[in-house]
Design a protein around this ligand. Structure first.
Ligand SMILES: [Fe+2]
Ligand SMILES: [Fe+2]
Length: 328
C-alpha cells in the first residue's frame, strides 16, 4: 500500500498524490513483488540510493579482506590457511558481483573506486578494528560474517533484480564463512586454557562492533521508510540486530564463552534476549574516520590499487591489440 504516509522524522515516503504516473506504476510493480531490472524506468532517488547502498556493500567486501589477509601467513595449520585463503578470495568475488550490480545503474567501477580511495565513500566500520590474534579469525567468521548473513538474506528478495541475484550467491558463500569461523572458535574453546582465553578475548573485542554493524537504532535511522517502501530494506536495523543476538547467545553458551554484556538476559515475555545499551559515540567516532585502523585500511587499499596498475594497463593494451587485429 503505497498511498500510506510514513514519517521517519527527517524524510517522508512519497504519497500517491505526490507521484507522477510513472512513479506510481513503478511503486505498484514493487508492491506486487515484481523485480526492477536495469533498463526499466526508475526514480532518480531509487537509482541513487541503490548505487550508494550497493557500492558501500561492495567496498565493505573488498576492504573486509584486509584484516584477515593479515593472518594468512600465520594460520596455525596448512588446512586453516587454505580455508582462510579461500574465504578471503570469496570476499573479493563478492566485491566483484556487487560492483557489477552497481554498474547496471549507470555508474562506472572507476568512479566507485575513486570515491572509496578518496575517502568519500563509506564501507562497514567493523573493518576498522585490528585483528590481534588468530582467534580474531574465528570471531570475525562467526560474528561478522554471521551478522552479514542476517543482513543479507532478506536482500535476496529486494526489489532490484541484479542486487537480489548477487545476494543469493553471496549468502551461500557467507554461510561457509560463518561455519569456518565457528569451527576456529570451537577448536580454541576446547583447547588449552590459554587458547580458550584467546577465544574469550576475541569475543570480548568483536561483540559490540558486530552489533553496531546493523547501523543506528531505528529512531535515528534516516531514509528507512523510503527504502522500505522501495523494498531495498526489508527489516529495520533493530529487528535484524535482535535476530543476531538471539541466534548468537546459544552458540556462545555452547562454546562455554561469555558474551561481554552484563545486561544480557532472556526475556520470557518477548521470547528473546534483552541486551545492554550500545556505545553509539564509539560507532559515530569510527564512522567519522577515527577508528583504530581507518587510515591504515585506506592506505593499504590505495596501495594495492596502485600496485595493480601495470596489470590493468596490460589488460587494456591486450584488448586494444586484439580489437585492432579484428579491425584490420
Ligand atoms: Fe562477503
Ligand atoms: Fe564473508
Amino acid at each position: 500500500m503505497y498511498a500510506q504516509m510514513v514519517e521517519t522524522g527527517l524524510k517522508k515516503v512519497r504519497t500517491e498524490e505526490d507521484m507522477s504516473l510513472e512513479e506510481a506504476a513503478f511503486q505498484a510493480r514493487i508492491d506486487a513483488g515484481i523485480k526492477i531490472e536495469p533498463k526499466d524506468w526508475m526514480p532518480e532517488a531509487y537509482r541513487k540510493t541503490l548505487i550508494r547502498q550497493i557500492s558501500q556493500h561492495a567496498h565493505s567486501e573488498i576492504v573486509g579482506q584486509l584484516p584477515e589477509g593479515n593472518w594468512v601467513t600465520r594460520a596455525p595449520t596448512l588446512q586453516r590457511k587454505s580455508v582462510l585463503l579461500a574465504k578471503i578470495q570469496d570476499e573479493a568475488g563478492h566485491g566483484l558481483y556487487l560492483y557489477s550490480a552497481a554498474e547496471t545503474l549507470g555508474v562506472s567501477r572507476d568512479e566507485l573506486l575513486q570515491a572509496l580511495h578518496s575517502g568519500k565513500a563509506k564501507y562497514s566500520s567493523i573493518f576498522n578494528y585490528p585483528t590481534l590474534s588468530w582467534a580474531d579469525m574465528g570471531a570475525i567468521g562467526w560474528l561478522v560474517d554471521g551478522s552479514a548473513i542476517i543482513n543479507q538474506i532478506p536482500l535476496c528478495r529486494c526489489s532490484y533484480g541484479p542486487y537480489a541475484r548477487a545476494m543469493i550467491r553471496v549468502c551461500k558463500e557467507e554461510s561457509f564463512h560463518a561455519r569456518q569461523g565457528y569451527d576456529i572458535m570451537m577448536a580454541l574453546a576446547k583447547g588449552t586454557p590459554e587458547q580458550k582465553a584467546m577465544a574469550q578475548d576475541a569475543l570480548n573485542r568483536w561483540w559490540w562492533p558486530s552489533l553496531m554493524m546493523f547501523g543506528p537504532s531505528d529512531a535515528e535511522s534516516v531514509n528507512s521508510a523510503q527504502s522500505s517502501a522501495w523494498r531495498i530494506k526489508l527489516f529495520s536495523n533493530d529487528e535484524l540486530r535482535q535476530r543476531m543476538v538471539d541466534q548468537t547467545v546459544p552458540q556462545a553458551e555452547y562454546l562455554g564463552l561469555t558474551i561481554p554484556d552484563p545486561d544480557l538476559k532472556w526475556n520470557e515475555e518477548r521470547g528473546s534476549y534483552d541486551f545492554g545499551e550500545i556505545d553509539w559515540s564509539e560507532f559515530y567516532n569510527v564512522l567519522k574516520g577515527n577508528g583504530p585502523c581507518n587510515r591504515e585500511r585506506l592506505r593499504t587499499r590505495v596501495k594495492a590499487y596502485e600496485d595493480g596498475e601495470w596489470f590493468r594497463d596490460a589488460l587494456v593494451a591486450h584488448a586494444e591489440k586484439k580489437a585492432a587485429k579484428r579491425a584490420a
